[in-house]
Every structure is written in C-alpha cells, then in structure tokens.
Design a protein around this ligand. Structure first.
Ligand code: MG
Ligand code: ZN
Length: 217
C-alpha cells in the first residue's frame, strides 16, 4: 500500500492569546454601546453578502444596522449592502485571509457605535482561519452552501466547532443539483450535536425568518 501521511500542525498559542485580548476589548466596547455584533464567516461564493442583504431588508425598518465588510480588495460587498440604505465600513486586508480583532477595532475608530443596534461583520471569504480569530462578536455564524460540494463540513470540523450557528445557503438549488442537504446536516451534527443549523435561501428568502429568530433578531 502507498504511504499515507497526515500531519497536524498546532498554530502558536500566543498569537491567538494576543488576539483574544483585543477581542475582549471589542466585546466590552460593543456592550457599552448596546450594539449586537455578528461575525459572518464562510468561503468565497457561499452567499454571505446576499444573506446580510436579506437580513438587513428585514431589520432596517426597526433597527439601525451597520455592516463591516472584510475583503482583500474592493468595496463591492459593502456597496451592495450599502445600496439597501445601510451604513457600511469596508476593511481591505491587502494580503490577510481573515479579519482579526485589531483590524475590526481600527476600522471602527471614529465610528459612533451608539448610532447602531446591530452590526454584521462579513469576514474574508475563507472557511478556515476566520474561525480561529475572535472579533469580540456575540456570535460566529458560518455560512456554507450546497454549491461547495458535499464534503466541506467533514473537511473543516474546527470551523464548525468554533461556530455558534451554521447556515446552509442556496437550498433552492438542492433539487436541481441533486444535493442531499440532510447528509450535510448529519455531518454538522457529528461535529456538534447541539449546534443550531438553518436551511435558507438568501435568494428566495426561504428560512431567513427562522434564522433571524434563532439569532434573537
Ligand atoms: Mg461577500
Ligand atoms: Zn487567514
């Protein structure tokens, strides 16, 4: 049989320790201003922005919402959400493939958080490291979609473990793509039996109300 080698690497503890300190300061700042903050994570193309747009449309009558977008370059996502009448801050990370607590802190300097009730942070499109960096948000929500194929949960168990909720997006395409959404849910349950899982279509609006109720929005 051919050699089959797997090596697990431990990323250095002190790196995350320093981030956690800043995340705690962020959390305190959010609390002081009475603002609820959600960190929306997920790969490129899972529909994070569309999901935020759908939630903003339902919230913006009643609440004041700020969207913070993380991308290496451009403000495409911030402008999309901004076109719904929502204030936005775009963070261009240049080379960084995730947001960290310090970037969020710097980006919010000079922003009067007391003007807002809810902040959605759209993390850099990446299913791996954003989960390792706390931003001080109330919840980390990971968005997966059925167009990513059937194995992304099994391949990224740590991201699931570090999330407070999972959104399965694009369920409107499940039949066309012959995608077994139940199997994906079973994979999530195998990592964390109690994690809230929401089946949604940000495009059609299916499941968005349930998701928002689940997030207490
Ligand atoms: Mg996006
Ligand atoms: Zn990264």
């Amino acid at each position: 049989m051919a050699d089959r080698k797997t090596v697990s690497i431990d990323v250095r503890r002190d790196l995350f320790g320093a981030n956690d300190d800043v995340a705690a300061l962020n959390a305190e700042m959010f609390r002081e201003h009475g603002v609820r903050v959600f960190d929306i994570m997920g790969s490129v193309g899972t529909g994070k922005t569309q999901l935020i747009e759908a939630m903003c449309d339902r919230l913006s009558q009643q609440y004041r919402v700020l969207m913070v977008a993380g991308d290496l370059a451009t403000r495409i996502d911030a402008d999309r959400v901004g076109s719904h009448g929502v204030d936005t801050v775009q963070i261009n990370t240049g080379t960084a493939c995730h947001l960290d607590a310090r970037m969020v802190r710097v980006a919010l300097r000079g922003v009067d958080l007391s003007k807002y009730d809810i902040v959605f942070i759209e993390n850099v499109g990446n299913l791996i490291c954003p989960a390792g960096y706390s931003l001080g948000a109330e919840k980390k929500v990971v968005v997966v979609s059925i167009t990513e194929g059937p194995y992304m949960i099994r391949k990224h168990p740590l991201t699931i473990k570090r999330s407070d909720a999972v959104v399965i997006n694009k369920v409107d395409l499940a039949e066309t793509l012959e995608f077994d959404v139940d199997a994906l849910v079973r994979d999530i349950r195998a990592v964390d039996a109690n994690l809230p899982v929401f089946r949604v279509s940000a495009k059609t609006g299916d499941g968005i109300d349930d998701l928002m109720a689940g997030l207490g929005l």
